[in-house]
Design a protein around this ligand. Structure first.
Ligand code: HEC
Length: 485
């Protein structure tokens, strides 16, 4: 602060009086004085103490703050904002099943709702407190009196402001002297220079400039075409020694990061042996040669010849098999194995081992939508969101999911589809760890229903329900026997 300037302004205009300040040595005197001042009807008053004094609000007649009520309203606003936002995003704008959760408001919405409630409340508490207290305020006239410095140490002050509607200079002085303060002073206006010291301006400017640095770094990163890796603050967080599902690896010969079960091992409680219910085929009805091949192929989950080849060579072979699936025989593991022989002939289960009930259909639908629709699409055409996204990114390593309405898949026995879900097929992974055997059969049931829905004719509709169909549809399929597409 410039000494010269402030001296000049004080000289040019005499400071105005702002009120009276009484000083006390203990809180009991202060409380007595505060009660007297309150009873005389003054409301523009304030007390300053080195420590919190109980009952001072009451003694000064200060009403309880309305801040808690404002914070409650803000919290409720936050809660509603979170619920409406989540309902809109997940229930209306972007309806997508994530981990089988239903649309709209679910228990999974609780964390976000909780966080927004707290966020809105916290901001309102801080800024509401500042606003209600008239802060930030850079100076208070009471600071002009050097005695006031002891307010943070061992003195208690009572202040009556001149803006009070009953304020009268002499009567307030009389009232305050009647309570025997240690000192009684008239508080004078602080008319020192109102110009902010240069150092503060400079500091603020430096802070703003420093605040721009992160934004500048981000902008530079977006525009940079440097080959050097970006600057990672937490290197081991950005690059963890782990593999994500569907990623490739050079560690294993088949290049897959998702590992099949170790050959010849069975997880505890999963010894399902020879039961067609768990296999999708009946091993006891296979020839010994086929059985051997099947056990070998499914145990290592790959072409035995590929295992000895480097990963680069094995890859194109797998892609070929996926690219021309229609040409290969309708069998599950790669059409040509090991010694150049054919794939094993499975004795597929051709009759669903679970009952066709509404309940099983519902399980199948839920599980299909959770685990399969992301790739195969809700209707099974292979147009799920993951597939669409991969196609839009033009990833040449991506094998498009097979349409479940492809002729070849339509003709597959139920056991073979079950086997595909259980063991995986080509580029598709196994879902045996996510779905129990019964759930996998329910998914097969649902896939079959999906397939049939694309090739339905009027005979598929129960007689009593045919009349509920619109005449044009039932008429067309009845007369031509054409399938409803
Ligand atoms: C991550 C994407 C993805 C998911 C999820 C997925 N699949 Fe697949 N599916 C594929 C791909 C890719 C293929 C083609 C595999 C190949 O030929 O290499 C395929 C092929 C198939 C086939 C045809 C197999 C054959 O004989 O050619 C069936 C049937 C099938 N999937 C059913 C399912 C079912 C049922 C589910 C849900 C439990 C499911 N898929 C989940 C990607 C996926």
């Amino acid at each position: 602060m410039s000494e010269h300037k402030s001296t000049k302004s004080i000289e040019s205009r005499p400071p105005k009086a702002c009120g009276w300040m009484a000083e006390f040595t203990n809180e009991h005197d202060l409380l007595d004085a505060a009660r007297k001042v309150r009873d005389a009807g003054y409301t523009k008053t304030d007390a300053f103490t080195p420590f919190p004094v109980h009952g001072i609000d009451h003694a000064l007649g200060i009403k309880p703050t309305i801040l808690p009520f404002i914070v409650l309203c803000a919290g409720l606003t936050g809660l509603c904002t979170a619920l409406v936002m989540q309902f809109w995003m997940n229930g209306v704008d972007y309806k997508y099943i994530i981990s089988g959760k239903p649309f709209g408001i679910t228990p999974a919405s609780i964390p976000v709702s909780f966080e927004l409630t707290i966020l809105f409340s916290a901001f309102t508490s801080v800024f509401g407190m500042l606003a209600l207290n008239g802060l930030p305020k850079f100076s208070n006239p009471i600071f002009t009196n050097p005695k006031f410095d002891r307010a943070t140490n061992d003195r208690f002050f009572l202040y009556v402001d001149s803006t009070d509607k009953y304020y009268n200079r002499d009567s307030v002085r009389e009232l305050l002297s009647s309570v025997h303060p240690t000192s009684l002073d008239e508080v004078m206006e602080d008319n020192s220079s109102v110009h902010m010291p240069k150092a503060i301006w400079l500091g603020a400017l430096l802070l703003v400039l420093a605040g721009l640095i992160p934004a500048a770094i981000v902008l530079n990163m977006r525009a940079s075409d440097s080959d050097l890796p970006r600057w990672h603050v937490f290197f081991d967080m950005d690059f963890q020694p782990k593999k994500k599902p569907q990623q490739s690896t050079t560690i294993f010969a088949d290049g897959r990061a998702m590992r099949p079960a170790v050959p010849g091992t069975i997880s505890r409680g999963q010894l399902e042996e020879q039961d067609p219910f768990y296999l999708g085929h009946d091993p006891l009805k296979m020839s010994l040669a086929d059985y051997r091949k099947a056990v070998f192929v499914s145990a290592t989950d790959q072409d035995p010849a590929d295992a000895t080849k480097p990963a680069e060579e094995a890859k194109p072979a797998a892609q070929d098999a996926a690219a021309a699936p229609a040409a290969s025989a309708p069998v599950n593991p790669p059409a040509v194995v090991g010694d150049g022989g054919t794939a094993p002939k499975y004795a597929w289960v051709d009759k669903l081992p679970i009952e066709v009930t509404e309940e099983h259909m519902q399980i199948g639908k839920t599980k299909y939508e959770t685990y399969c629709s992301s790739c195969h699409g809700y209707s099974g055409f292979g147009d799920g969101l993951v597939a669409k996204r991969a196609a839009s990114l033009l990833q040449d390593t991506w094998t498009p999911p097979t349409s479940l309405h492809a002729d070849r898949v339509q003709k597959q026995p139920v056991g073979q589809i079950f086997h595909t879900i259980s063991k995986g097929q080509g580029k598709m992974a196994s879902y045996a760890s996510s779905l129990s055997a019964k759930e996998r059969w329910a998914v097969v049931l649902y896939v079959k229903a999906l397939q049939r829905s694309r090739n339905a004719n009027i005979e598929d509709v129960p007689v009593e329900q045919r009349s509920s169909l619109t005449p044009s549809v039932s008429g067309a399929s009845e007369s031509t026997g054409a399938t409803v597409k």
